[in-house]
Design a protein around this ligand. Sequence first.
Ligand code: ADP
Length: 706
Amino acid sequence: MTEMNQPAQSVARLTRALVQPAQIMAAVTEFGGPKANEESQPSTRPNSSGGASNTSTKRQFRSESIGRVVSVDTSRARSNLEVVSLCAEKLGFVEYPEGRRDGRPCDIYWHNIIYSDMKDVVFHPGSRVNKFPGMNELAKKIPLTRAISSMQRLFPDQYDFYPRSWFIPAQLDKFNADYKSIMTVKAERGDDEPTWFIVKPDEGAQGTGIYLIHSPDQLQKLNHAQLIQEYIAEPFLLSDNLKFDFRVYGVIKSLNPLSIHVAREGMARFCTETYRRPSLSNQDQVFVHLTNYSLNKSHGGYIHSNTLEEQLKGSKRLLSTVFHQMEGHGIRTKRIWHNIKLIVVKTVLAMVPEMMLNYEHHFAHVPQGPQCFQILGFDILLTKDLRPILLEVNASPSLTIGHTLPPTVLENQVAKLDSDSQSISTSSAPDLSTEPEKVHSVVDEVIKVPLVRDAMLLVMGQLDSAYNGLSTRTGSESALNRLASGKSLDDSMGPLTKKKAHLREVFPARYGQNCWQLLFLDKAVYLYMQFVNTKKTILISSNGFRTFVRKCNLFDVISPADLDKKFVSVEQNFLGGRNIDDGIPFHGFLDMLFFIAQRKYPDSNDLIEAVQSLMKYCQTMLRHFGVRSARLRREEVLETHGDENQVPEIYLLPCRVAGGKWRMSAGTQRQKVGNSSTKQRSRSAKSSALVKKHFGTNGVTLPKIT
Ligand code: ADP
């Protein structure tokens, strides 16, 4: 049995289990916190002066780790407010919808987007904020592609889950050249079928501005930043022949130590018109090719689901429902889910270096930053041969649990559900003339309420105890939890089993062993940060790069003239001719590093070996020069399995080690690090000595937040 609700066991019962919003509320209510800490407390709704008012009595969540009620600032939650307030209220957290007015920090800050002034709002090292600085930019199509391409160059076999991509304007020539060779190879095989590409604006979302092409001369707006991607023309389809993709939710709990979780339940989003391979006649038909809910909801064929039973044929389904439907066709989904989780881990590992860099940049002015965490949405398409392919990462996936649908959709769905036909293909045109109607989405609720609830418990270090406490405390399960754990309503009279959290750690637990060698570029970003003034910028200037080459004594491998030439070409590739002379981003630096590594170590077996040798060499040289070498320190990621020598490590600056150390006294999770081995204990001690030396802090004290 996998961590996923194995559909074979759960979804057959969905037809009997109609979970209504009231049941969902009941499921949330059950998570009132650990038994030992239950008690009646005043209402959690603050009054207008920012303090909590005493209007009703309910259970409050007294965090084991901090010994008091958890406070949540939702003043910037906006579109997330409904679900966050619901979870906070049911967990008994104290919510501050307008922020605290007494100047004290909250435990959790929930923002709907990444605000540029985050550091001014969330500054306390004991606070947690649900966004990483810079993540919006990192998750955009072109930066994500750059991050994955660097990993593809180093680990080609591990990063084959992302479609071949080019970005214009910078790579227009390359695209033209690659297109020619693709066509030549096809012609040699006697294949005269066109090859299709999908073009997406870098800044685009919800399918806007996307179009299909089969030749470079169909490209539009050549000077706009766009991503061209190989089009997956043969997606896996169920018997309704509608294209669909999965939205899988990952949660980065913390960067130090790196901890990644995946939600057991996700969403499948279906197109509204029957899929056909792209052709000149259908290439513009968005309802055939794009699965975005925001587009398809306006189509007459969109099926909204009021109940979990209805979602079996709905345009939005639970991921577990679709897995069950696939199992019905004899497909084994366990392997697919395993591969999807690996994609989540590998994608986050590709983003880690720039997350570190952005964190350093954003919180450069405070000695200890807050703990950032983030829910990410991963869009994944299955190919005909069941290979999961990553399409994009969404830094702010929708957490809304209601819909605004055109009334025609609501009328149409009744007729559709009455029909025996498996296909919901329709040629009806979208009707945008009528007023949209606000409805509840049971699918969204079943996915997003547990996601947000568990994310909050997770960052407060209370996830395990909340679930373990639940099974012994409540004595009964809600329908939702039975569905989530793969049991039917009929099983409710049977003996209780331990509940499973909706979030499950996939790194370092579970996939740490598979992926630890991929946590590699943190060392490169660490080198990079030695030559960038992170207080001001995240780009390395040509002067900064020259200093790096000089201090590492690499001018015998690359002459100053060659260096300048290469730097300009990297700049051109990254900035696409835009006249910005501030420098190149981290992946440009890597490009330079790869180039130098291949020259210095020409006999290496592969790029990774050459780069590893170069980095080792550079570290030695820098230590020799004393270039802020005292700052070269590392903090170990939680050791979870077996061989201690294979524990992945992440490089961090001392001030961030201080952040980790602070959390060590505040959270149960971090204590594990200190307790896991003598080696780690002594490193922690060294780190804190270092912090003292550099920042003059007197060890770590637990601040009073409320
Ligand atoms: P947006 O951010 O605008 O939603 P996406 O990259 O998610 O952009 O693309 C929108 C939709 O287009 C996806 O949900 C998927 O249905 C389709 N799509 C995107 N990339 C590909 C691809 N490479 N092959 C096939 N379909 C794709």
